[in-house]
Design a protein around this ligand. Structure first.
Ligand code: NI
Length: 167
């Protein structure tokens, strides 16, 4: 396994739309394992392949307290959504920035697992937020794009400043 570098907003590669995985082979399983390791190390509760510059529809999530429930979603698709919730979100690609985003309270998702088996999942609360956040990444959308233009401008300026300090 290997730690993968995470792209930082406003890197334009975060806006690429990921393509569906046609065959789940060892390359995809290695990507899933590396993404999981990268997510746990960060630490974070979700990571989309887009964030590690792999533009395939692969997501890893673990919202459990003890980091024991790794969920790998390949080609995830939201079949149904209901309700509304507002949650303060952050993102490994937007370090140090947290803000409230409105999303669906519940979602039903269909995906393939790391073995290529299809499954469905009903999620609510934090897991539902995380799934929606990560699928947004696959579509080239970062959570700050749910915020006002004014806030997005401030966040870009702040991250550019951080990049200059750490460079
Ligand atoms: Ni994110």
């Amino acid at each position: 396994m290997a730690l993968l570098p995470i792209l930082r907003y406003p890197d334009p590669r975060l806006h690429k739309k990921a393509v569906p995985v046609l065959r789940i082979d060892e390359t995809v399983r290695k990507l899933i394992a590396d993404m999981a390791e990268t997510m746990y190390e960060a630490p974070g509760i979700g990571l989309a392949a887009t964030q590690v510059d792999e533009h395939k529809r692969v997501v890893v999530i673990d919202v459990s307290e003890d980091k024991s429930k790794l969920l790998a979603l390949v080609n995830p698709e939201i079949l149904e959504r209901s309700g509304e919730q507002v949650c303060e979100e952050g993102c490994l690609s937007v370090p140090g920035i947290y803000d409230k985003v409105t999303r669906s309270e519940r979602v039903r998702v269909r995906a393939l697992d790391a073995q290529g088996e299809p499954f469905e999942l009903e999620a609510e609360g934090l897991l539902a937020v995380c799934i929606q956040h990560e699928i947004d990444h696959l579509d080239g959308k970062v959570f700050v794009e749910h915020l006002s233009q004014l806030k997005q401008g401030r966040i870009k300026a702040k991250l550019a400043k951080q990049a200059r300090i750490t460079a």
